[in-house]
Ligand binder design. Structure first.
Ligand code: AMP
Length: 226
């Protein structure tokens, strides 16, 4: 099963992709996580990508496409994957289609996650991450037991620089200008499923699971996943 989770920053793509990928035993590919790992490791890609990420801009395709395509083609993804944060524009979507075509594979469905702008901004602004294990928390919706400390490893939490209020509006603008075009792209292919994300985490997950359940075997990529 090969899925895309599409939607604005802060909607909860990462949270949902993490739990659905565990349940369905498929790989979770987050282009943002791959880029942040490259930044932390100070690789060539990471060093070039950092300024775009910090300013809420899209990293140029030539930096992000290679690391994502490598993952998509890796053995880890032989049973399928959920792409979270990729593609972010039309050219990335076409490169992804070509890559999968060459391997006789396809995207089965794109889940388009939507919510009101007010909710999106609240979700981004409260997001906190563990400096050590990367676990995600939210100040209001899923706070740690002890203030600003990770439940799993006891390490301090931090706020991503690109989640600062001054960067959020830029990221939303970039989303509207570049990524929203993908809604029509996948709708035109008959692959788009819209999920209302104004509710809580468990409700959203349940809605996604129900949609997955109602997909046919072919749509779930059963013939390819073995
Ligand atoms: P995310 O964790 O998905 O919100 O991504 C964080 C940042 O990484 C984005 O604001 C971009 O700067 C960069 N990024 C992640 N995925 C992509 C992508 N597919 N194309 C370009 N830039 C990306």
């Amino acid at each position: 099963m090969r899925l895309i989770f599409l939607g604005p920053p802060g909607i909860g793509k990462g949270t949902q992709a993490a739990s659905i990928s565990l349940r369905k035993e498929i790989n979770h590919i987050s282009s943002g996580d791959l880029l942040r790992a490259a930044v932390d490791a100070k690789t060539d890609t990471g060093l070039k990508a950092k300024k775009y990420i910090d300013n809420g801009l899209l990293v140029p395709d030539e930096l992000v496409v290679e690391i994502v395509v490598r993952k998509v083609n890796s053995a880890e993804c032989k049973n399928g994957f959920i792409l979270d944060g990729f593609p972010r524009n039309l050219s990335q979507a076409k490169i992804l289609d070509n890559t999968l075509n060459k391997a006789g594979k396809k995207i089965d469905k794109t889940f388009y996650l939507t919510a009101s702008e007010e909710i999106i901004i609240k979700r981004i602004a409260g997001r906190r991450i563990c400096k050590s294990c990367g676990a995600g928390y939210h100040e209001m919706f899923s706070p740690p037991v002890n203030n600003n400390v990770c439940d799993k490893c006891g390490v301090e939490l931090y706020q991503r620089k690109d989640d600062y209020p001054e960067t959020i509006s830029m990221r939303l603008q970039v989303y509207r200008e570049q990524t929203e075009k993908l809604i029509d792209y996948y709708k035109g292919k008959g692959k788009l499923i819209e999920i209302n994300c104004n509710g809580g985490k468990a409700e959203i997950e349940q809605n996604i699971l129900e949609e997955l359940h109602s997909m046919s075997e072919d749509e779930r990529g059963m013939e390819q996943s073995g």
